[in-house]
Design a protein around this ligand. Structure first.
Ligand SMILES: Cc1cc2nc3c(=O)[nH]c(=O)nc-3n(C[C@H](O)[C@H](O)[C@H](O)COP(=O)(O)OP(=O)(O)OC[C@H]3O[C@@H](n4cnc5c(N)ncnc54)[C@H](O)[C@@H]3O)c2cc1C
Length: 430
């Protein structure tokens, strides 16, 4: 075990000693305090699961935003198939289950004192801590792409207050006739491997109806991508020559942007003028796990594959996109399913239960290609002594073939995707 870096923690604890938030206090009949940082796919799922299965444990969820905007189905806003309210979720369901939802941001963690310092100056005491704060953007990895640049070239890769996805949608609505939409797509690892390609499809779906001579240039820092054959079929079948995918070996890696002149600049110095730009920058884990020393030099958090306890600290379990969990993808599905293992493992010694000994993790990533057009990839993973492995001969991809033969299959997969979204968000927030 290494010791966490205590960035300015002494000062925060000193300031907050008199303002200890009520949720950190142990109730008379409580068997322990579980604090969860991050109210997204991992954190909200963990909070709900803990309240249902460990009713004697005090559960506190720390999340800075008053509501949660999902990234899944955000691309459907671009496609005109969903609205922001339809993908915005309230924490009231969790409150009704007895979760103490604290609207604040975790600023620091002290693993020795077992406290979480909050940005407001308050502090929470925990017996077990679950951390699911998601990703951070690697500012500076693309020259000229900073916080201000996200207003011109939105990333729309974190839910936040929803303004990034609505900004991108508004720009698509204002695209001049025959205009150019550029996407800059990062190298692995990044959140949601099929996400950029679903986004390309949904933008094309919208433009086909409103601006059919528009072009989509997808600049990729990779030479291949998730569900590639299936996406290429969708693009050829539904969108003709509207979409051009430019891989890294054809100078697709975007290394700089000029927001004033709306330029994407490639590795070999080519300048591409775009009318609308969506920059999905290279990613790392959220600041709270990097600043507290839970992440290693890769920028991601190494964890025990059976318990999700962080290698760097006892009683702190990290789940979701912030972790090193390859070959499992950084997906909402994985964050949700692994949250249950992490809660069971974390609370086993508080409640006298047993931790899962041989957990199995499932993932399905659905993508929408167009109207009534769904595709998916399914995989099953197991924990091993030194990480995670895909289970051979399990899972698979949607079949490939002409749409004339597969229309019903594609229609059904789109319905399954909708059902998945409804059920996973219920499993998080109801
Ligand atoms: C366009 C797009 C489409 C996607 N589609 C799918 C899909 O179809 N299926 C799928 O399975 N996955 C999909 N994903 C991936 C999915 O969104 C992520 O994998 C998932 O959100 C990861 O869950 P998480 O808990 O790690 O992070 P999040 O869900 O992002 O939750 C993190 C939460 O932590 C909060 N937080 C951050 N820092 C702090 C702090 N210091 N203190 C307190 N709170 C903090 C944040 O505000 C946030 O609410 C998609 C992603 C994108 C971008």
């Amino acid at each position: 075990m290494t010791t966490l870096t205590r960035r300015s923690f002494g000062a925060l604890i000193g300031a907050s000693a008199t303002t200890l938030a009520t949720p950190g206090l142990l109730r008379a009949n409580s068997t322990g305090r579980l604090v969860i940082i991050g109210g997204g796919f991992g954190g909200a799922s963990a909070a709900r699961f803990a309240r249902i299965n460990y009713p004697d444990v005090d559960v506190t969820l720390v999340e800075p935003y008053p509501t949660f905007v999902t990234c899944p189905y955000g691309n459907l806003i671009l496609g005109g198939k969903r609205t922001l309210p339809q993908i915005t979720h309230s924490y009231d369901g969790l409150r009704a289950r007895g979760v103490n939802v604290v609207q604040d941001r975790a600023a620091d963690i002290d693993p020795d004192a077992r406290t979480v310092a909050l940005e407001s100056g308050a502090s929470l005491q925990y017996d077990k801590l679950i951390v699911s704060p998601g990703i951070g953007l690697r500012w500076g990895a693309i020259d000229g792409y900073d916080q201000a640049a996200t207003e011109v070239f939105p990333h729309a890769w974190m839910g936040g207050d929803g303004s990034q996805i609505t900004n991108l949608r508004a720009q698509l609505e204002a695209l001049p006739e025959g205009g150019v939409v550029g996407l800059a797509i990062p190298e692995n690892p990044f959140r949601c491997p099929p996400g950029p390609y679903e986004r390309i499809s949904m933008i094309a779906h919208y433009l086909k109806q409103t601006n059919p001579t528009a072009k989509i240039l997808a600049f990729d820092s990779k030479e291949g991508f998730s569900k590639q054959g299936l996406f290429e079929d969708v693009w050829a079948e539904l969108y003709g020559d509207m979409i051009e995918w430019i891989p890294a070996n054809q100078d697709g890696r975007i290394v700089a942007v000029d927001v004033q002149n709306k330029l994407f600049i490639s590795e070999f110095g080519e300048e591409h003028r775009v009318d609308v730009g969506n920059v999905i920058p290279p990613q790392t884990s959220a600041a709270i796990v990097r600043d507290t020393g839970l992440a290693n030099d890769t920028g991601w958090v190494p964890v025990n594959s059976r318990t999700f306890e962080a290698d760097a600290a006892r009683d702190i379990h990290v789940i979701g996109d912030a972790t090193i969990a390859g070959p499992m993808p950084k997906s909402g599905y994985i964050a949700n399913s692994t949250s249950k293992t992490a809660v069971s493992a974390a609370l086993a010694d508080l409640t006298g239960g047993s931790a899962p000994s041989d957990p199995v993790y499932f993932n399905t990533c659905y993508s929408h290609g167009g109207e009534d057009y769904g595709i998916s990839v399914v995989a099953v993973f197991r924990a091993t002594d030194d990480g995670f492995e895909a289970t051979p001969d399990s899972g698979g991809l949607s079949p490939r073939g002409p749409l004339s033969e597969l229309a019903e299959n594609r229609r059904l997969e789109a319905r399954y995707a909708d059902a998945w979204y409804d059920s996973i968000t219920r499993d998080m927030f109801s």
